[in-house]
Design a protein around this ligand. Structure first.
Ligand code: NAD
Ligand code: UDP
Length: 312
C-alpha cells in the first residue's frame, strides 16, 4: 500500500510510520518539524520505502505526489504548553492545511482519509464517560480554544467534504496518549512527571490533582489507527480512541514516583484556565466497529516510557 502521513515525524506519527514501513508499505511523511523530530524516524530514515518531505502543509503543493491508499492527517501541535506560542500555527494547520490536503486527496483520487481529532472537542465534559454523540462543553475564546476549536472546525470541514464530495473520510478522537518518542519538554503530565522523577526534581501537579485523565499507550493507539485506516465501510464514522482506565492526576504522579523509586517531592502549582476536570473515553464504538481494545496497562506502559526516558 501507499500511505501518506502528515505529521509523521511527531510522537504518534513516527510510530505509525514505523509500523507501515515494517509491513512493507511505501510511506510518504510530510512534516515541518515544528514539534516533531527527525530522530523519531531513526532506524527507518534511510529506508527506500520512506520518503520524507520537510515542509509546512499549510503551503505545500502536493502536485507531484501519487494516489494513496490511506492518507493520515496527524499534523498539528498538540500539547497545551504551545497553545499560546503556536496559536496561529495550530489554527492554520487545522483549517488551511486541512483544506489543502483534502483538495489533494480528491484530485489524486486517493482512497481513505483518517483525521486525528481529539478528546479536547469535548472540552470540560459534563457527561462521563464521553460518547461520540456528546457535543462537548468548550470555551470558544479561552486559552485552549485555538486547539479545541481548531479541531472542531476541522471536523466540520471534513463533514462538509463528505457531504459534498462523498469522500471516504473517518475521524478519530484521540484521548491522552503517551510512550517513547514524546519530547522530554513536551509539557504533558506523563512526560513531565517521569522526567522530574528520574532527575529528582519536584513533580509538578497542577491544581489539587483531583482532575482525571485516561491514558493510552502508544502501541494500542497505533493498532487502532491502523484498523481505522484499513477497515472498509467506515465513511463518515467518528470514533473515540483511548484507554478508559481513568485516574486522578495526583494518583499518576504517585505511581510514577513509586515506579521510578524517586526521592522527588510532589509540588502543587496553579492550574490553567479551562483545564478539564474529568476525561474518560466511551470506547464501545471502537470495540464494535474496529474490533479493538487497548491491551497495555498504565503500569506496563509507564515502565516502558520510564526506561525510554532513562536511556535517551
Ligand atoms: P506531535 O506534536 O508530536 O506531532 C505532530 C507532528 O505534526 C509534528 O511532527 C509536527 O512537526 C507536525 N506538524 C505540525 N504542524 C505542521 C504543519 N503545519 N506542517 C507539517 N507538519 C506539521 O503531536 P502528537 O502527540 O504526535 O499528535 C499527533 C496528532 O494527534 C495531532 O493532530 C494531535 O492533535 C492528535 N492528538 C494527540 C494526542 C496525544 O495525546 N498525543 C491527543 C489527542 C489528539
Ligand atoms: N498537569 C500537571 N502537571 C504537569 C502537566 C500537566 O498536573 O506538569 C495536569 C494538567 O493540568 C491536566 C493533566 O495533567 O489536568 C493532563 O495534562 P496534559 O498537558 O498532559 O494534557 P491535557 O489532557 O490537559 O491536554
Amino acid at each position: 500500500m501507499k500511505i501518506l502521513i502528515t505529521g509523521g515525524a511527531g510522537f504518534i506519527g513516527s510510530h505509525l510510520t514505523k509500523y507501515f514501513i515494517a509491513e512493507g508499505d511505501e510511506v510518504v511523511v510530510v512534516d515541518n518539524f515544528i514539534t516533531g523530530d527527525k530522530n523519531n524516524l531513526k532506524g527507518i530514515i534511510n529506508s527506500k520505502s520512506l520518503k520524507l518531505i520537510e515542509t509546512d502543509i499549510v503551503e505545500f503543493d502536493y502536485r507531484d505526489l501519487p494516489t494513496f491508499d490511506i492518507v493520515y492527517d496527524l499534523a498539528s501541535p498538540a500539547s497545551p504548553v504551545v497553545f499560546e506560542t503556536l496559536s496561529f500555527e495550530i489554527l492554520k494547520v487545522n483549517s488551511i492545511g486541512l483544506f489543502n490536503l483534502l483538495d489533494f486527496f480528491i484530485k489524486s483520487k486517493s482512497k481513505k482519509f483518517v483525521f486525528s481529532s481529539t478528546s479536547e472537542v469535548y472540552g470540560n465534559p459534563s457527561v462521563s464517560p464521553q460518547p461520540e454523540s456528546y457535543f462537548g462543553n468548550v470555551n470558544t475564546t479561552g486559552p485552549r480554544s485555538v486547539y479545541d476549536e481548531g479541531k472542531r472546525f476541522a471536523e466540520a470541514t471534513i463533514s462538509a467534504y463528505i457531504r459534498k464530495y462523498n469522500i471516504d473520510a473517518r475521524i478519530v478522537r484521540i484521548f491522552n496518549t503517551y510512550g517513547p518518542n514524546m519530547r522530554r519538554d513536551d509539557g504533558r503530565f506523563i512526560s513531565n512527571f517521569i522526567n522530574q522523577a528520574i532527575t529528582n526534581q519536584p513533580i509538578t501537579v497542577y491544581g489539587d490533582g483531583q482532575q482525571t485523565r485516561s491514558s493510552c499507550f502508544i502501541s494500542d493507539m497505533v493498532d487502532a489507527l491502523v484498523k481505522t485506516g484499513e477497515t472498509e465501510g467506515l465513511r463518515g464514522e467518528i470514533i473515540n480512541i483511548g484507554n478508559p482506565d481513568e485516574r486522578k492526576v495526583i494518583e499518576v504522579a504517585k505511581l510514577i514516583k513509586k515506579l521510578t523509586n524517586s526521592g522527588s517531592n510532589i509540588e502543587f502549582k496553579p492550574i490553567c484556565e479551562d483545564d478539564p476536570k474529568i476525561r474518560c473515553p466511551d470506547i464501545g464504538k471502537a470495540k464494535r466497529i474496529l474490533n479493538w481494545n487497548p491491551k497495555v496497562s498504565l503500569e506496563e506502559g509507564l515502565q516502558i516510557t520510564i526506561n525510554y526516558f532513562k536511556n535517551i
